[in-house]
Each structure stands twice: as C-alpha cells, then as structure tokens.
Design a protein around this ligand. Structure first.
Ligand SMILES: Nc1ncnc2c1ncn2[C@@H]1O[C@H](COP(=O)(O)OP(=O)(O)OP(=O)(O)O)[C@@H](O)[C@H]1O
Ligand SMILES: [Mg+2]
Length: 353
C-alpha cells in the first residue's frame, strides 16, 4: 500500500490517497466536491528509494588480476545517514571506496553519487564529495596552511576557509608548522579538515580512527556526529565493530569482497543479541550429541570446534545441557562459560560459521 498526498486542482485542499502501485483511484474533493482521478506510479517504491539514495552502488566488481577484491556488491546510502562499512583486513573496504570515488577503474557495475555517474561526470561528483584516505598524505615540507591552500587551489575554491578550518580542527597554533612534524592524531585532524574543503555534502572516511589514542578516537567520533547533524552524509569504513556501532545508523558488512549483511544498526543489534557461550570439552563429539543439545528449548546454536562443543544459551540452562549430555552416556571433561561479545557476530558474518 502506497500513500500519497495530493492537492485538489480546484481548491488546493490536501487529500491523502491510498492505493497499490499502478492502481487508479477516483477522488472527490471533500471540500469543493471537485471530481478527479489519481494513478499511482507502477515503480513507486523503486523511485522512492532512488530519490533518497545519495550513494548508489550496483553490481560493483573490481579484480586485481585473479583476485576479485570487490565481488558484485550493491548497496545504497540515503541522504543524512552515517553508513558504517565494516570488514576485516583485506575484505575490500578501501578498494570499494576508491572505486566509488572513481580513483581506480572497476570492472563491472555502476556508481552514482548525488544522482551522477562517477565515471561519466567525475568533476561534478568530486565537487560535493570529501575523502579521508586510509593513509593520509601531505606535503611534509609544507605547513598545514600551505597544504590546505594548495588543495583549495586544486579544488578551485577560495583559500579563505583554510585557516578557519585548521582552527576548527584544533590545529590553530600549529597552522604554520611543517606537516612532517605533525603527530599521527594531528595529521588525521588535518586530513579531515582537508576532506571538508569546499563544504561537501558527503564524506568518505577510510578507517578514520586507525592509529589514534582513545582521546583522538573520541574526538573523531564527536566530529563525525557533529558533521552529520549539520547535514553531511557520512560513509565510514572500519574493521573495528565498536567504532562503527558508536556512530553509524546503517551498517554494511563486507568479507572477501562480498557484502554479507546490510541493515540498520538497530536491526543488526537485535541479530547481534546472541546468547552467552557454554563451552564443553568432550573427547568424542558426534552428530548425536549435537542433536541432543540442539533439541533443548532455549538453545540458540550449537557449534563444534575440535573437541569442544560450543552451546549458545542462557547460562541458567547450563545444568539442563550438562544433564542431557550425561544422560546420553557422554562424558564431559571440562566446562567453561563465556559471555558473547558483539565481535562474535562480526566473526559469524565474516567467517561464514
Ligand atoms: N593495488 C592492488 N593490487 C593488487 N591487489 C590489491 C591492490 N589493492 C588491494 N589489493 C587486494 O585486494 C584485497 C582488498 O584490499 P583492500 O585494501 O580493499 O582491503 P581493506 O578491507 O581495505 O583492508 P584493510 O582493513 O587492511 O585496510 C586484498 O586482498 C588486497 O591484497
Ligand atoms: Mg583498507
């Protein structure tokens, strides 16, 4: 069911019409009795998502010789979102970002940013996009201000904003210091300041917290949230789940080039609520014992790792599980319990257990 508000062509009264895509509804205006009809677009839902997608990636594939670094991935990011792109080292995050930004050629698919094809309209796309690369590089012999002035010139924008930006990022007193003498945290701040030259409406941050101390991580996190509040759509990659969880509204998980999950943080959070682990050391694990344990009400999942049976259940079920196994004549050599962490979910998605 689709809902649309239309205005009466005679008296301008707003009328809510409900119907299915493709359906025609005959309407009488409740105010002036004007009669008319309204047809819902057939592809209404599709259109709606497209309108909102500020980053639209379809079937993106990038190969390095035989290695498929990015394998046919599709996703979209809506305006105003903080999209967290999560994956272990080597998963394809940086390659995806570079392909999206048109910095490397890709083999298949298309990418649209702000509705423009990145390959057909690269200049237009880059105008509204900021990028903090994984390895931030500057001209080390130049000062921070000289560096930003240079990039402002490259982007063909006024240099007036460079010093205020440096100040905004807490580097005011080091504006004339050579970037080669900057600490990692200072470089990262300057990198973010550079990404914001020209007031882009989307920024791509590739592992922005990597190598930062806890204070630096907190600073970047707050800055991301503040930028987002001011209307900037943010695409942030990380291999650290807590990093992504702290700021993102939507999450995509990539593993070995494949997008294995995409959901809102809330939904993923629900899925992530996996139960604690009961780890039972058993000398001979077979299908029988797995089946017995799986049958117990409240047991979520049973895994086997070498001679350990890992049972995901509330710890109050502990004795039930143990009794069931012992009743089957199977000896338990050792029992351990472990609280599940969110990392487990990430592992689940990225190792395909
Ligand atoms: N220029 C290149 N030539 C050949 N292989 C490459 C190149 N760049 C990346 N790869 C390979 O593509 C795969 C994905 O790499 P990518 O850098 O995109 O991963 P990532 O998810 O960003 O990892 P990390 O968390 O370590 O930054 C890896 O196997 C990597 O070795
Ligand atoms: Mg990377």
């Amino acid at each position: 069911m689709v809902e649309k508000r239309i205005s009466c062509p005679n008296c301008n009264k707003l009328i809510t019409v409900k119907g299915e895509p493709g359906e025609t509804k005959y309407i009488t205006c409740p105010k002036c009795n004007e009669k008319g009809k309204f047809t819902f677009k057939k592809d209404y839902n599709e259109d709606k998502t497209k309108e909102l997608a500020i980053i639209d990636v379809k079937n993106l594939t990038k190969k390095f010789r035989d290695l498929v670094a990015v394998n046919n991935i599709s996703f979209s990011v809506k305006k105003g979102e903080i999209f967290g792109f999560l994956g272990p080292n080597g998963a394809g995050k940086t390659t995806t970002i570079k392909a999206i930004l048109g910095l490397i050629k890709y083999d298949k698919g298309f990418v649209k940013i702000n509705g423009k094809d990145v390959l057909k309209d690269p200049k237009e796309v880059k105008k509204n996009v900021g990028y903090l690369p994984e390895k931030v590089s500057f001209y080390d012999k130049l000062s921070a201000l000289q560096n930003l002035n240079f990039y402002a010139e490259l982007k063909n924008i006024s240099k007036d904003k460079c010093l205020p930006l440096i100040e905004e990022f807490g580097l005011g007193e080091y504006a004339n210091k050579k970037v080669g003498q900057y600490s990692k945290g200072m470089r990262q701040r300057l990198g973010l300041a550079r990404a914001l030259l020209g007031d882009p409406n989307i920024i791509f941050l590739d592992e922005p917290a990597s190598g930062l101390d806890p204070r630096g991580v907190k600073w970047i996190r707050n800055k991301i949230k503040q930028l987002n509040k001011n209307g900037v759509t943010i695409f942030i990659s990380s291999h650290i789940l807590s990093e992504i969880q702290a700021v993102s509204t939507q999450v995509g998980i990539i593993n070995k080039g494949v997008l294995v999950a995409q959901d809102s943080v809330d939904n993923l959070g629900e899925k992530l609520k996996i139960k604690p682990k009961l780890i039972l050391k058993i000398s001979k694990i077979d299908d029988k014992v797995k089946k017995i344990v799986k049958k117990i009400k409240g047991v979520d999942r049973v895994e086997v790792s070498e001679n350990e049976l890992i049972v995901y259940c509330e710890l109050k079920l502990r004795s039930k599980v143990i009794v069931a196994i012992e009743n089957a004549g199977i000896d338990i050599e050792n029992i351990n319990t472990e609280q599940s962490s969110l990392e487990d979910v990430f592992m689940k998605y990225t190792e395909g257990n």
